[in-house]
Design a binder for this molecule. Structure first.
Ligand SMILES: [Zn+2]
Length: 405
């Protein structure tokens, strides 16, 4: 089992490295004909340098991570962490919390120099970064706090269900996490986003009138349009849709409003409305709840197997050790699920694009996609295998071809 775990980790690392390499071989390809107006030659050079810099940096950080993980496993890191946690308390739930606390905070501290470098050296060098050091670290602290409350709460309840309901615990955990997912979908923008960003209702004016006119035309009830201060961290632009029923809202980054014409913003919005109208949001929610239930059911078959704990080198079988062992052993299957979800997501993107084309217009969506790609220096020639594995959106050239059809 121990060697299976090492083999899975190394195999995943190799697959990712090969994919990155294949993708990198396409940097410097000529720009596809329909995209020639995205970059001028100088900007194209800049985008290529950006891709290559990220590629090299990604290679370095994933190498660091695999070496560290394998070393931690081989040198008995989990056993050692387990001992520390057990020295603090005899209560199984407390032991679990300390164990996961050490692992999470430890790995986060080790990865912080990488994200720091990414933000303040790479993103800054290409003019994307707007974040300050203070903001970077307060974000981190808030993230930890949120994880401690939410993650800690779920783990505590999950183990409590396990101690109380035995093998049926997975049903209760499924119910709990489903409730959290639904709650988060409804109130994410109201409760979580304000911890990190300021959101203000879109002010009256021609943009709002255009959006409202479009929403009325397609019979989409939209009371909440918010502008978020994304510019305090990055110049990259975005827009997203959240919630459903009375809680549904559209959030536009201030950077999107700055970069795009009003017609283009309405087109982006029409795409988001398309996701809603074609029921992609409900589908994704249902799918993630079903996948979660399946995963928890499989977990319930293995959680009592002492071999799963021993697989990560922990001598005294426990809930927390089995959870980590299972997490790694199951990761090839969860990798497959995410592959299927990415595949469906790319299909949905075409459907949402079609919706925007049919109910609004194709041209402003095409120009907005081009502008967004240009402003984020995105890769115009990704390798098909890389797209297949990682892209939740089709590459720009394919979306434009579809829109022009
Ligand atoms: Zn979309």
């Amino acid at each position: 089992m121990f060697y299976t775990i090492i083999a899975i980790l190394v195999f995943q690392f190799l697959v990712e490295t090969v994919l990155d390499y294949l993708n990198a071989k396409h940097y410097g390809d000529p720009i596809p004909q329909d995209l020639e107006d995205v970059f001028d030659p100088e900007e194209y050079q800049k985008s290529q340098t950006y891709q290559k810099t990220n590629y090299r940096f990604g290679l370095l950080s994933s190498l660091f991570s695999i070496v560290l993980t394998v070393a931690f496993l081989t040198l008995g890191g989990f056993e050692w962490t387990d001992q520390i946690a057990r020295n603090f308390s005899g209560n199984e739930i407390v032991v679990t919390l300390i164990f996961f606390g050490i692992i999470t905070v430890g790995s986060d501290i080790l990865s912080t120099p990488f994200s720091y470098y990414q933000t303040f050296f790479i993103e800054a060098r290409f003019g994307f970064n707007k974040s300050t050091k203070k903001l970077f670290f307060t974000d981190k602290l808030k993230g930890w706090l949120m994880m401690a409350i939410l993650g800690g709460g779920v783990i505590t309840l999950a183990q409590w269900f396990y101690l109380w309901a035995g093998p049926n615990f997975w049903l209760y955990v499924w119910g709990l996490v489903t409730a959290i997912i639904l709650f988060m979908n409804l109130f994410y923008s109201k409760l979580i986003v304000p911890l990190f960003n300021k959101q203000t209702p879109l002010e009256q004016g021609s943009l709002k009138s255009k959006i409202e006119a479009y929403a009325a035309k397609v019979g989409f009830e939209l009371q909440h349009i918010f502008v978020i201060d994304g510019s305090k961290r990055s110049t990259k632009a975005n827009a997203y849709f959240s919630g459903f029923g009375q809680e549904k809202r559209v959030t536009l980054y201030d950077t999107l409003i700055k970069d795009l014409e009003e017609e283009e913003i309405v087109a982006v919005l029409a795409h988001e409305v398309g996701h809603y109208k074609r029921k992609h949001i409900i589908f994704n929610l249902t799918a993630s709840v079903l996948v979660l239930g399946f995963t928890l059911f499989i977990l319930s078959l293995f959680i009592n197997n002492p071999e799963v704990s021993k697989a990560i080198g922990v001598s005294q079988p426990s809930f927390h050790a089995a959870l980590i062992g299972f997490g790694i052993l199951y990761s090839p299957i969860s990798g497959l699920t995410s592959l299927v979800m990415n595949f469906l997501s790319r299909k949905f993107e075409y459907q949402a694009d079609d919706y925007a084309k049919n109910t609004f217009a194709a041209m402003p969506l095409i120009t907005s996609l081009k502008k967004l790609s240009k402003n984020s220096l995105s890769n115009l020639t990704p390798h098909p295998a890389y797209v297949f594995m990682h892209y939740s959106h089709p590459p720009l050239i394919q979306r434009i071809k579809n829109l022009m059809n």
